[in-house]
Design a protein around this ligand. Structure first.
Ligand SMILES: NC(=O)c1ccc[n+]([C@@H]2O[C@H](COP(=O)([O-])OP(=O)(O)OC[C@H]3O[C@@H](n4cnc5c(N)ncnc54)[C@H](O)[C@@H]3O)[C@@H](O)[C@H]2O)c1
Ligand SMILES: [Fe+2]
Length: 363
């Protein structure tokens, strides 16, 4: 059977790669999107000294970009004179996804909202390039063509997707993740593991995505516990950043699968960090995946060893040792709520990517 793999993002990966962002701006008027944190404001100021001041600064991105906040961000961006020609996203998944929304909005969030809610076409000529500079090692958003947009008040999560939303470049500097506290390092590290595994038990897997995913999963399993013990170790930060990037390159071609579809309602209901919500159920989802596809089984064996059932148990222990409860009840789901969520998640777009047994999944 034939296959294809495509990812157009130029990747620059090095400790100290932040110094290359000014060259990547290449003299274009630029807008900065980042968090309201001194660390990142200072980095933005440093970039301003190298590349000239930004024409717009959106420095109030909160975790999980929401309908409620994106209107003001897009307006501020639209008011810039001269207009920006490129957007620098300096932050984790929330910042990179917010930057993609801003890039697609032409300064008016209602256009993106209408696209997400009613399918109105985006004006693709107006979608601006994004330079993604991740400060977390997890989401892979620096190499994907979509953004998660949250409508917490409406109880929904949307996916903004367009081929022109692949960042122009991903400039990955593992040193930017050094300040990440334990909870963020843990959640983002597990998000990367989830991306790797979800791209394997996936109908869209191809040999390139699978090689990247196996390498990424093995690396996260080896590195993350040690990194949580030694968060200042730049060599471990570098390995984790590369693993997250590989997982991103893998699922950029496959999208995610059942565990991610399970996660969204949990984050909406309880504010559970994305990386925890999409990883606590991985052992259970793995048990459902085993036997669903011979190629997937072989790839899981390359990560967990030939006895896949024992591998799922070890994954369970790995998560619990890191302090992540793998029981749905710990995430607010009794048996009935868990069954309902599995049925809903299996029927959704991402859930239908899953190669495992949906009939079992709905048990
Ligand atoms: N587009 C995609 O392909 C994709 C994939 C997975 C997840 N996501 C989305 O990404 C979001 C989660 O992103 P995330 O996990 O990277 O976290 P985040 O961007 O939400 O960041 C969480 C908090 O961590 C802090 N922070 C970030 N970097 C830091 C650093 N280096 N040092 C200290 N503090 C720092 C910030 O204050 C921020 O509020 C979710 O909304 C999720 O849905 C998108
Ligand atoms: Fe994710």
């Amino acid at each position: 059977m034939g296959w294809s793999y495509h990812n157009p993002v130029r990747v620059e990966f090095a400790v100290g790669a932040f110094a290359r962002v000014a060259a990547a701006i290449a003299g274009r008027p630029w807008a900065l999107v980042t968090y309201p944190m001194d660390l990142f404001r200072e980095l933005g100021a440093r970039l301003g000294r190298d590349a000239g001041p930004p024409v717009a600064t959106i420095d109030d991105v909160a975790a999980n970009p929401d309908f409620a906040d994106l209107g003001a961000a897009c307006r501020r961006f639209g008011a810039a004179r001269p207009a920006a020609g490129v957007i620098v996203a300096l932050g984790g998944g929330s910042v990179i996804d917010a930057a993609k929304v801003v890039a697609a909005s032409g300064g008016d969030f209602d256009r993106v909202r209408a696209h997400l809610l009613d399918g109105a076409a985006l004006d693709e000529r107006r979608i601006l390039p994004v330079l993604a500079v991740p400060t977390t090692a997890g989401t892979g958003s620096e190499v994907t063509s979509w953004a998660t947009v949250w409508d917490t008040a409406g109880g929904r999560k949307h996916s903004l997707a367009h081929p022109r939303l692949y960042p122009e470049a991903a400039i990955v500097d593992p040193a930017l993740t050094l300040a990440a506290p334990r909870g963020l390092t843990l959640a983002t590290g597990l998000d990367a593991l989830s991306h790797a595994l979800e791209s394997l038990w996936n109908r869209n897997a191809n040999p390139v995505s699978a090689e990247l995913a196996v390498a990424a999963a093995r690396e996260v399993l080896a590195v993350l516990p040690r990194l949580l013990q030694r968060p200042d170790d730049i060599a471990l930060r570098t390995r984790q950043a590369q693993a997250a990037l590989f997982a991103g390159l893998a699922f950029s071609n496959t999208k995610t699968a059942l565990a991610h579809n399970i996660s969204y309602d949990i984050t909406l209901a309880r504010g559970t960090p994305h990386g925890i919500a999409c990883s606590f159920c991985l052992p259970q989802v793995m048990r459902w995946a085993i036997g669903g596809d011979a190629a997937c089984d072989a790839r899981l064996a390359a990560i967990f060893g030939a006895d896949l059932a024992a591998g799922a148990d070890r994954l369970d222990a790995f998560l619990r040792d890191l302090g992540v409860a793998t029981d749905p009840a710990a995430h607010g789901l009794d048996a009935a709520a868990w069954s309902r969520l599995i049925a809903k998640a299996s029927a959704g777009e991402r859930g239908r990517n899953f190669i495992g047994r949906h009939d079992l999944a709905a048990d």
